[in-house]
Every structure is written in structure tokens, then in C-alpha cells.
Design a protein around this ligand. Structure first.
Ligand SMILES: Cc1cc2nc3c(=O)[nH]c(=O)nc-3n(C[C@H](O)[C@H](O)[C@H](O)COP(=O)(O)OP(=O)(O)OC[C@H]3O[C@@H](n4cnc5c(N)ncnc54)[C@H](O)[C@@H]3O)c2cc1C
Length: 493
């Protein structure tokens, strides 16, 4: 990409978009990073920022990028943790926040159609007026958009009941790297067995196939009541076996998150900071299972009571007495300013960055994964924050795990070590018959060594990318190579 090409592209975009297209560094600076750990002094600036308002405008931007063969990167809330939204090869940054409208709420068919740049929080505020909600909710819902949630295949707080985004996604419009807008999916039907599942391909595509501009999602009724509880367990395996038993008993559980001992300390520390007293937790407690229950008040009360009896009687668990600690966990899932959240993201990320290896492991290998995490984090000199297990399939104990560490991003060595930590954790996931990523995606981290996971399948993935994006303009430098780890790409293809 030459300066001349960028200048010509900008002249065309300026003609169409006026002030909504800019090259001013005041604007491009705002897009220089996402929430992934990177060197502090790194500033990957796009050359041009454009703000489209609808699918047609998105197609016009893509046509310009296609003609001049300039990279095009969709940028939404910037809360991605894998470098996906960073335009490190320059080019055009598409700010999707202009695509922020609710297009239709269809109460009869329980669907909502939106533009992709709407945040999940704003969408739910709108749905609440109709006593509806979209239960797909990452903790970052205040900033995270529908388009990025599809693009990254996010985890949701309510995954154990409602699954991941694909469980509520019915159709979507994507402007491909060929500048064609296509609607994929099954309209408003819940499923379809016709054709190939192009809708599924958009999930976790991270802007490498095109820009998603619209989506239709299945919504549900807002529950009348909700209760949250915490159970102290003797080991991580008990949290998984306990949850499987609760679900097998027929109870309806809305959220289920388990935390290791280190992460448990993070909550007790926050509790101490906030209330000035020590929570009464037994020495033997090595893990905690947080649950939420929602629905009609009497059903919720029954569920809570039965779940407590099963956990205590059959798994020797203890219900957390200090309900404030449990409420603190719940708040940390929904509000950015509560104390645990501040601790999770120390001093608003000014001192250290939150970093994670986000592996998926078979449900029987949690303890093994935990021990290896402690070893690998130590080897790469990472400050351990702890392990959280999210359950992301409806009515099953599953393990989407955040193996979190704090990264001192003022040191290039520490940042490099963090990515070595991610690589070794990823290799461990494959060894334990799991996956390298369950909610962050490849971004600019995993490409190059994700051959371990996909083997020859990666060649087919490259071909799929070429069909959608023959000139490789869509978010280049992501998914198929790592910016951080040197790797012999030939060795595993
Ligand atoms: C405090 C905090 C809490 C978090 N909690 C969770 C959580 O609970 N669960 C979870 O899974 N993740 C979580 N994350 C990670 C992050 O929020 C998600 O990955 C989220 O999807 C990123 O959304 P975003 O709108 O900020 O996207 P961005 O970071 O702007 O973009 C992410 C990726 O999506 C692509 N993209 C964006 N918009 C589009 C589009 N319209 N079409 C195609 N591609 C697009 C970008 O190019 C990029 O590759 C959290 C992050 C933070 C900082």
C-alpha cells in the first residue's frame, strides 16, 4: 500500500462522507489499541477513519478499499483482548458506532433486528421497555457491540442457560471483502438445514471476512426475580461435578461461574477493602461456584433451596454466608466501577494490564489445567490473578476458562513473556484435548501456532478467507499469523 493509494482513497471517501472521513491524528490516535497487552509506546495508527451509517455506506467504503487494495479494519468498542481491532498494517479503520440503530422489535416472533454497532447495554435498555431482553451478555456489554460479539464469539454471563451468540443469532448482513452485502442465516426461523452454514462462519471471523452491518437475534422475556448464591467447594472438579448434578436434577440455572483459590482471594480482598472486615471462609475452600437463578419468584426460591441442599449434602460444599461477597461477584459482572472490577483492571489499566489465556478444556481436566497454569505462569514470570471457569452451553457443565495474569506493559520483556505464556498455555490446551481460545479469538496472538489446533484444516480456512476477501484487505495480519511469536509456519501445514 503506497501513500499515493491512501491519498486517492481518502479523497474518494471524503467526497462521499465529508467530515465522517478523516486522517487527522487527533482522531486516528483514538484507534491505536484495544485491551490486549501491548508495549506502552506502541501506537498502531490507521491512515483513515470513516464512520458509516448503514450497509450501503459500508459497501461504498469497502469498494474504495478494494479498488486501492488498502487494509480495512472494523473497530467497535475497542475492548477486544486479542489485538483484533488494531490496524497494525495501517489502512482504513471503520468505526462501527454509527451503525447504532434498532431496526425492528418483533414481539410476536420474539426477535430484534439491529445495526451491528449498537452496544449490548443500549440494546437491552431498549428491549426492557417491551419486557424483553437479549441474554447474550459479555461483562463488557457497556462498550461491546453486537457486531464484535459475533466477530469474537464471546462468552456470556448467562451462557449456562442461553449459550453463546450463535444460540440466539438468526441472520446477519455482512459486507464481504468483495464489497458485496449479503444476508446469511435462516431469516427468523430458529434453524435451517439448507445450504452451508454461512452464518456460523461469521462467528469468530474477527473482521477478516467482511464487516457485519446488521443482525437479527432471538430475545426472551425479562424474568420477574433473580437470586445469586456462592458455594465454597474443596476442589475445582467439585464445582463442575456439582453443576452437572444440579442441571441433571432439572433445576434451571442462569449463570454458573467457578473460580480457583487465587481468584477467590481476589473477591475476599475486595470484600475486605469495601467492608473493612474479614469474610469468614473455611481453610479447606479451594474453589467457589457462583450461581444465579431467575424466573418467577416461587420457582426461583425452590431452585435456590434445592441447589443449596444438593451442593451441601452431596458435595460437602458450604454456602457463602456473607451475601455481600456474592453480590460483589454479581456486580463485577455488570458494573465497571465496583471494587472487584477496579481490582481486576488495576487503576483503570494505568499500572498493569489484564491479560488472559482463554482456553477451553474438557470438563474432567480442570485440576490438571490449574496446576499447569501455575507452572507455566511461573516459568514466564507472570503475576497470577486466577482462573475463572465460565459455562457456555445451555444446561451443560462446560469449561471456557480465563487463566488471567497481570502484565506490566511498561516493560517490553514482560509483554513478550506474556505472549510466550499464551503460546505455552495454548499448547497445553491441545495436549489436554481442548482448544486455544473460547472467547478472545486468534487476533494477532495465535496465528502461526494455531496450526497445532487446526492442522491441515487451516489450509481450508485460508481458502474460505480468499472467497470472501480475494485481495486480503479485511483485517490483514490477524488469525493466520502471530505478531508476537516467531513460528515456523511451514512445519505444520
Ligand atoms: C472489562 C472487560 C470485560 C470483558 N468481558 C468479556 C466477557 O464477559 N466475555 C467475553 O467474551 N469477552 C469479554 N471481554 C472481551 C471483549 O469485550 C469482547 O471480545 C468484545 O466482543 C469486544 O467487543 P468490542 O465491541 O469492544 O470490539 P472491538 O475490540 O472493537 O473488536 C473486536 C474484534 O471484532 C471485530 N469487529 C468489530 N466490529 C465488527 C463488525 N461489525 N463486523 C466484523 N467484525 C467486527 C474487530 O475487527 C476485532 O477483530 C471483556 C473485555 C473487557 C475490557
Amino acid at each position: 500500500m503506497s501513500t499515493g493509494q491512501v491519498d486517492k482513497a481518502f479523497a474518494e471517501l471524503r467526497e462521499i462522507f465529508g467530515d465522517r472521513a478523516t486522517t487527522s491524528s487527533v482522531h486516528t490516535m483514538a484507534y491505536s489499541r484495544d485491551w490486549s497487552p501491548r508495549y506502552r509506546e506502541m501506537n498502531d495508527l490507521p491512515d483513515i477513519v470513516v464512520i458509516p451509517n448503514d450497509t450501503q455506506e459500508m459497501a461504498r467504503i469497502t469498494k474504495v478499499a478494494y479498488r486501492y487494495e488498502i487494509p480495512l479494519v472494523p473497530f467497535a468498542g475497542g475492548t477486544g483482548m486479542g489485538g483484533g481491532a488494531v490496524a497494525w498494517k495501517g489502512g482504513i479503520m471503520v468505526e462501527t458506532k454509527g451503525l447504532n440503530r434498532v431496526l425492528e422489535i418483533d414481539e410476536q416472533n420474539m426477535t430484534v433486528t439491529v445495526q451491528s454497532g449498537i452496544t449490548i447495554e443500549v440494546l437491552n435498555a431498549e428491549l426492557a421497555r417491551h419486557k424483553l431482553w437479549l441474554p447474550h451478555q459479555p461483562e463488557s456489554k457497556r462498550a461491546c457491540t453486537i457486531g464484535a460479539s459475533i466477530g469474537c464469539d464471546n462468552d456470556s454471563t448467562f451462557g449456562v442457560r442461553y449459550g453463546k451468540i450463535l444460540d440466539c443469532l438468526l441472520n446477519a448482513v455482512i459486507v464481504t471483502g468483495r464489497a458485496e452485502a449479503i444476508r446469511v442465516g435462516q431469516r427468523k426461523a430458529s434453524f435451517s438445514s439448507t445450504g452451508y452454514k454461512l452464518l456460523d462462519l461469521l462467528v469468530a471471523s474477527e473482521g477478516t471476512l467482511g464487516t457485519i452491518t446488521e443482525a437479527t437475534l432471538r430475545v426472551v422475556l425479562l424474568p420477574e426475580a433473580r437470586e445469586v448464591r456462592g458455594y465454597l467447594c474443596r476442589c475445582l472438579n467439585d464445582t463442575a461435578r456439582g453443576l452437572e448434578r444440579l442441571l441433571g436434577s432439572g433445576l434451571a440455572i442462569e449463570s454458573a461461574h467457578a473460580n480457583c483459590r487465587n481468584r477467590l482471594h481476589f473477591y475476599t480482598h475486595s470484600y475486605r477493602e469495601r467492608y473493612g472486615r474479614e469474610p469468614q471462609l473455611p481453610e479447606w475452600a479451594d474453589a467457589i461456584l457462583f450461581l444465579s437463578f431467575a424466573g418467577d419468584r416461587d420457582i426461583v426460591a425452590f431452585n435456590v433451596d434445592k441447589a443449596t441442599r444438593i451442593m451441601v449434602d452431596e458435595f460437602n460444599a458450604e454456602r457463602v454466608g456473607e451475601q455481600e461477597l456474592v453480590e460483589g461477584w454479581w456486580d463485577s459482572k455488570h458494573r465497571l466501577e465496583f471494587v472487584p472490577f477496579k481490582q481486576k483492571w488495576p487503576d483503570s489499566q494505568r499500572q498493569k494490564k489484564f491479560g488472559a489465556a482463554d482456553l477451553g478444556l474438557p470438563i474432567g481436566r480442570l485440576e490438571k489445567g490449574y496446576l499447569r497454569y501455575l507452572q507455566i505462569a511461573k516459568k514466564w514470570d507472570q503475576e497470577i490473578l486466577g482462573m475463572t471457569i465460565y459455562n457456555e452451553s445451555p444446561n451443560k457443565a462446560t469449561a471456557s476458562i480465563s487463566f488471567a495474569v497481570f502484565v506490566d506493559d511498561s516493560s517490553q520483556d514482560k509483554v513478550n513473556q506474556f505472549y510466550q505464556y499464551v503460546r505455552e498455555m495454548s499448547e497445553m490446551a491441545i495436549e489436554l484435548e481442548g482448544t486455544m481460545s473460547t472467547y478472545i479469538g486468534d487476533g494477532d496472538r495465535l496465528g502461526g501456532f494455531n496450526q497445532f489446533e487446526h492442522g491441515p484444516g487451516l489450509k481450508y480456512m485460508r481458502r474460505i478467507k480468499r472467497i470472501f476477501d480475494p485481495k486480503n484487505i479485511m483485517n490483514p495480519g490477524k488469525k493466520f499469523r502471530s505478531r508476537w511469536i516467531e513460528y515456523d509456519q511451514g512445519a505444520h501445514t
